[in-house]
Design a protein around this ligand. Structure first.
Ligand code: FAD
Length: 330
């Protein structure tokens, strides 16, 4: 059983270790252990963390073409290391990258690929799977019959095992054979994101929908996000209208996030939006419609015009912050 530890230049998100935890639960059913796969030499330090989270062994895949992310090269390398490991199954987190790598690996080995798997029952023949479908609106029960099972698990479907201080796993170098074709798609330039907290990792997300009314209307959301140390998100209507860039979109065709607090301002809560933020620990809806799905599903709701409510919230947060500063130690 192998699990890909997705990373970007050596930095692995928590979701990679969620995939490792999920793979471990499947490995236990198989009566075997889980092994991690780390692609690219610079990510070598992640082997220690993978071991502390349950990987008995880490395959460190090294090749000159693997210095940065490339879907074909990573997929080819993943296929080769899976074969070398003799694993019965391979798991990655179902992010854009995780799914892309597994899709390439599965195609190379002519295997079926099951994405968004949240449950597995191992059997001698086909395995029984439970998969999230249609943007999270239904659970599918299916079977997978393949010599090697290729599975992705959606981000935040399972919590990652906490790092322990148990025994360290072993590390095995693996040098795949990659030709020029494998590296035809590669990163040639990186443009730093605009300043501010990143949507993916923000603890607080202040998100706006059609109810915000205009690009300029997002100034109040920016202000509140800034005060709370958070990031701004939005619905698809907003990106369709050109009020915000697509990188801010939350949902089925946007980002899937799991902040501590999601403040939904003028967002109705369509299922395609909900799947992007349903992992939030707390949801606060601000909406004029008390029957909007976002309101009925939220932990807290304020019914009213966001153009009145947001300035009031901003001024109250500001007042309390200033009070805390003035009151501070004195
Ligand atoms: P609306 O549904 O129009 O809701 C606006 C809300 O604002 C209403 O609840 C209204 O009561 C409230 N409101 C209006 N004025 C005010 C005010 N002054 N103060 C307070 N509240 C106010 N959507 C996404 O968001 N993300 C996705 O990734 C996504 N992917 C999709 C993929 C597919 C294949 C499809 C078919 C759709 C997808 N959608 C996605 C679109 C989705 O179905 C909804 O159309 C969209 O989420 C609605 O956006 P909204 O809530 O901003 O707008």
């Amino acid at each position: 059983m192998v699990a890909l530890i997705e990373h970007d230049r050596g930095v692995a998100p928590d979701t990679s270790f969620q995939a490792l935890t999920f793979a471990r639960s499947v490995a236990e059913q198989l009566g075997t252990a889980v092994e991690a796969v780390i692609i690219g030499e610079e990510a070598q330090p992640l082997a220690t963390e993978a071991a502390s989270r349950g990987a008995i062994k880490t395959w460190l895949v090294r090749h000159p073409e693997l210095t940065d992310y490339g879907p074909e090269a990573w997929g080819d390398a993943m296929a080769q290391v899976t074969t070398a490991s003799g694993a019965a199954a391979v798991v990655a987190v179902g992010t854009d990258r995780g799914n892309e790598v597994l899709a390439h690996a599965a195609a190379i080995d002519d295997l079926p690929f099951a994405a968004n798997v949240v449950g597995v029952e191992v059997a001698a023949g086909p395995w029984a799977l439970e998969r999230v479908r249609w943007g999270g609106s239904l659970l599918e029960r299916s079977t997978l019959d393949a010599p090697v099972k290729v599975l992705s698990v959606p981000p935040h479907a399972v919590p990652a095992a906490e790092p322990g201080n148990g025994e360290l796993g072993t590390v095995e170098d693996f040098a795949p054979e990659l030709d020029d074709q494998a590296a035809r798609t590669r990163i040639v330039e990186r443009v730093p994101a605009a300043a501010g907290s990143s949507l993916a990792g923000a603890a607080v997300v202040v998100s706006g929908g059609r109810g915000v009314g205009s690009a300029e209307g997002f100034a109040a959301l920016e202000e509140l996000a800034g005060l709370l140390g958070g990031a701004v998100g939005c619905s698809r209507v907003v990106t369709n209208n050109g009020w915000r860039p697509h990188s801010d979109q939350v949902g089925q065709t946007g980002k899937r996030i799991a902040p501590e607090l999601y403040i939904a301002c003028g967002i109705s809560g369509a299922i395609q939006h909900w799947v992007g933020m349903m992992a939030a620990k707390r949801v606060l809806a601000i909406n004029i419609d008390r029957d909007a799905p976002m309101v009925t599903k939220a932990d807290y709701a304020v019914i009213g015009d966001l153009h009145t409510i947001l300035p009031a919230v901003v001024s109250e947060v500001r007042r309390r912050k200033e009070g805390a500063t003035v009151g501070g130690d004195g």
